[in-house]
Design a protein around this ligand. Structure first.
Ligand code: CMC
Length: 383
């Protein structure tokens, strides 16, 4: 018997699944807050480690607490030899997000707290995940470049150490600061697709490694974290600023989506994109011809998209649109953009998991069945 058709929320659009005090997104006004602090304030004054503390604990740390938090992160940086071996064996041929997902899943086996699902153990595991995932991404980048793994350097901050492990040399202060801001901007974004799948997995009372592994698999898709690489690919395909208008018009006429535009929640300019755009304009003076060209294309595309779809359809640049030229300026290859998004989103995923477990409920939505019923089974030879 078929029940009356319920209201179906495709993509769970507009559905509230929990209360949270971690992050708020105002999609109409284009505002974003982590624990009540605006993203603009945090990008200006804070750094990734402090934002991790804020997301996980709910408040900004005092100096002593911050030092001990940073120390805990530093102690977890190095990779287990078995995890490193798998990265060494696979990163040259596998997709970086597949290698990352596998390495994170494998890391659970070497975690001393793997069987302990207490709050304290999950906080320790969160710190371990935040620390190690950046090292995994750096190791993937090294192997893909045919280079040896660079061991972490204790004296460096999180982002500086990441760039050191990736390039084998310390970054300049401006590169460090720029990437630190990118990490801050990507650290959290409420119940986005990857955070949701993290929570779905954790809500079965599975463990935090399984949950984060789910999140990484979800982030990989081009409608989510994979959009930054796709946006850069498009800018490269456009080639020259003067080709932009025709390229975008043709793509839209062919019903293609322009990656790095549009958002399920923001129907205004994504505040993260606005901040990244600001940095991009600042760095233009010192940019290489390649980055200058990408920037000119990006700004041309932005102008046209806003004119065509901004006010009319609420489609504005999102966090992924201007990221590519910024990462290129810092020297990060496009194959690492989405893994880097994952490395910076770990604190958000972990904070949500810890919060959700405080009031856990299995997530199990319904589907309205539209198929046949009571179909008679016919044996294979008579079909
Ligand atoms: N380019 C062109 N048209 C678009 C785009 C776009 N990027 N995004 C949405 N539209 C159109 C879409 O075709 C539809 O038009 P119509 O009403 O005529 O059929 C309308 O806008 C509404 O689209 P929707 O698919 O119902 O919107 P959604 O809320 O499901 O989409 C989205 C959200 C992010 C999947 C979508 O905007 C998109 O595909 N963007 C490109 C991928 C992208 O940049 N993703 C990164 C999102 S931000 C980072 C993150 O959180 O991961």
């Amino acid at each position: 018997m078929r029940t009356k058709k319920p209201e179906i929320h495709l993509g769970l659009e507009g559905i509230y699944m929990a209360e949270t005090s971690i992050c708020s997104v105002n999609g109409i006004e284009g505002k974003l807050y982590y624990r009540g602090y605006s993203i603009e304030e945090l990008a200006k004054h804070s750094d990734f480690e402090e934002v991790c503390f804020l997301l996980l604990n709910g408040y900004l740390p005092k100096e002593k607490e911050f030092l001990s938090f940073k120390d805990a992160l530093v102690k977890e940086r190095d990779l287990d030899p078995e995890v490193l071996q798998v990265i060494t064996d696979t990163a040259g041929k596998g997709l970086p997000m597949d290698v990352l997902r596998t390495a994170v899943s494998l890391s659970a086996i070497y975690d001393p707290d793997v069987k302990d699902n207490s709050k304290e153990a999950n906080m320790r595991k969160s710190i371990r995940l935040i620390s190690k995932i950046s090292s995994i991404v750096a190791a993937i980048g090294r192997v893909r470049d045919g280079e040896e793994y660079v061991r972490p350097e204790k004296k460096l901050g999180h982002v500086e150490n990441f760039l050191y492990m990736l390039n084998g040399e310390k970054p300049s202060e401006s590169e460090r600061r720029m990437l630190d801001i990118m990490f801050v901007l990507h650290a959290e974004h409420s119940s986005n697709a990857s955070t949701f799948s993290t929570i779905v997995t954790g809500a079965t009372l599975s463990d935090i490694y399984s949950a984060i592994t789910s999140g990484i698999g979800t982030l990989k898709g081009p409608l989510h974290g994979g959009a930054d690489e796709a946006a850069l690919r498009m800018m490269r395909a456009i080639g020259k600023p003067e080709n932009t208008v025709k390229y975008i018009n043709d793509a839209l006429a062919g019903k293609q989506r322009i990656m790095g535009f549009g958002h399920r929640v923001y129907k205004a300019y994504d505040p993260r994109a606005r901040i990244i755009r600001g940095y991009l304009e600042e760095l233009r003076e010192h940019a290489s011809p390649e980055v200058e060209n990408l920037t000119a294309i990006a700004l041309e595309a932005e102008k046209l998209m806003i004119k065509k779809l901004g006010k009319a359809k609420g489609i504005w640049p999102n966090v992924d649109f201007f990221s590519g030229p910024v990462y290129t300026h810092i020297g990060i290859p496009s194959s690492l953009f989405t893994p880097l998004f994952a490395a910076s989103r770990v604190p958000g995923w972990c904070a949500h998991m810890l919060e959700y477990w405080e009031n856990n409920r299995l997530i199990r939505p319904l589907e309205y069945y539209t198929g046949k019923t009571n179909v008679k089974y016919i044996s294979m030879t008579k079909r």
